[in-house]
Write a protein that binds this ligand. Structure first.
Ligand SMILES: NC(=O)c1ccc[n+]([C@@H]2O[C@H](COP(=O)([O-])OP(=O)(O)OC[C@H]3O[C@@H](n4cnc5c(N)ncnc54)[C@H](OP(=O)(O)O)[C@@H]3O)[C@@H](O)[C@H]2O)c1
Length: 362
């Protein structure tokens, strides 16, 4: 992770001094698939700007896969991989077969544990075990994996708080679309009366392509080729990925204590060609929504598809983009859109959460 003196001289006079003083933060990454690799790429590309803008020197000391890990005290760089990062693991001098998270957490000075293994919303594993081990060993956690949070949101938050550690999960709650940041920071002081979101890029992409006449299987394959579909795409199309994101948003912003059993979930698998045709004829668009509504003294949480017309603030959210609308008492209706689903966006959301741990907003 070398610095570029020419660039630093151009951008900020005296920036080299700032670079030398940057705070060293050890990182351990679990999972080296689409998101893990994108995170690794972003770390390399932004090393210098992170030092200058935030005074942070992020040092990736371990990358864990299922069958072992890459380990380096001085920080892992692309040069440590003779082939493309993650390919032919055994050819990397840093590869240690059978390396476990426990041994890594014991030997590396605590910093931030970055969780990017597949989401399993039934058991939470392997991420749940990773997060518990990391928090018990004194590591801050940022996670793109929503499985552990779906299974034990309350327990993990409690563990982090008791140990005075950060547990950040913006990358699991719609990633590059800033749902939690807007709800918690920008809308502070406002009463949130309802929330409505298109929170899953895969289903929104499939619905957009179906509306354009593409067959369902083809549209799903396209989403998989983009690296945005879940390891198990049933999580996306049956609505459960949206449900977990809604749970994270509701529990964090509304202070609720929802579990997945509290959310009524319907995905997009039962949408008929007739419904698609009718929606198109009426000039409407089909979207999969996660919704929180308040009536008769209680919150209702549900995930379901709905046809909306042009007047709806989320009508224009198409393809892999996402969007969320908050209805508030004092700030009216606030909508954020964009944050398209892709592994790089998810990786960027992980980085953003790390920055906020060490360089909080003023
Ligand atoms: N893809 C996206 O756009 C996106 C967006 C937001 C959030 N997410 C979330 O981010 C996470 C990662 O997604 P992805 O698309 O990168 O998944 P992926 O491509 O399937 O990669 C998963 C990685 O996890 C590794 N892994 C599995 N079990 C492990 C274990 N026990 N210990 C260590 N490593 C293990 C796999 O290792 P091997 O290589 O050894 O099999 C693989 O490298 C998921 O939880 C997903 O829900 C993804």
């Amino acid at each position: 992770m070398g610095s570029n003196p020419t660039l630093s001289a151009i951008l900020i006079p005296g920036a080299d001094t700032i670079i030398k003083k940057a705070r060293q933060v050890p990182l351990v990454l679990a999972g080296f698939g689409h998101v893990g690799k994108a995170f690794f790429g972003i770390l390399q590309g932004k090393d210098e700007s992170l030092r200058k803008r935030y005074g942070l020197a992020l040092k990736l000391q371990a990358i864990l896969k299922t069958d072992g890990g890459f380990i380096s005290d001085s920080g892992i760089t692309p040069e440590d991989f003779p082939d493309r990062p993650g390919q032919n693991t055994a050819r990397s001098p840093l590869w240690k077969p059978g390396q476990t998270i426990e041994s890594v957490l014991r030997t590396v000075k605590p910093g931030v544990f970055v969780e990017c293994t597949p989401s399993n919303i039934q058991t939470g594993e392997p991420g749940l075990g990773h997060l518990r081990a990391a928090l018990k060993a004194g590591w801050h956690v940022v996670t793109a994996n929503k499985g552990p949070l779906a299974v034990d949101f309350k327990g993990l938050r409690g563990l982090a708080r008791r140990n005075h550690l950060a547990l950040k999960y913006g990358a699991a709650a719609a990633a590059a679309l800033p749902t939690l940041d807007v709800g918690l920071y920008s809308l502070a002081g406002a009463e949130i009366q309802a929330i409505e979101g298109i929170l899953n890029g895969t289903t929104n992409y499939i619905l957009t392509r179906l509306g354009e006449g593409t067959a369902y299987e083809e549209a799903l394959k396209e989403a998989q080729a983009k690296g945005i579909a879940e390891h198990n795409p049933a999580l996306d199309v049956e609505g459960w990925d949206t449900a977990v994101k809604l749970l994270l948003i509701a529990n964090s912003i509304l202070g609720l204590d929802l579990t997945l059993q509290d959310i009524k979930v319907e995905g997009i698998t039962r949408i008929s060609p007739e419904l698609l045709e009718r929606t198109k004829q009426e000039g409407k668009a089909l979207k999969l929504f996660g919704r929180m509504s308040y009536a008769a003294g209680r919150w209702k949480a549900e995930v379901s598809p709905a046809a909306i017309d042009r007047s709806h603030p989320l009508f224009g959210v198409s393809g892999t983009n996402k969007g969320i609308t908050f209805l508030t008492d004092t700030m009216g209706s606030v909508t954020v859109t964009g944050g398209k689903s892709d592994p790089r966006g998810a990786a960027a959301a992980l980085l953003k959460d790390i920055i906020h741990i060490f360089a909080p907003l003023p």
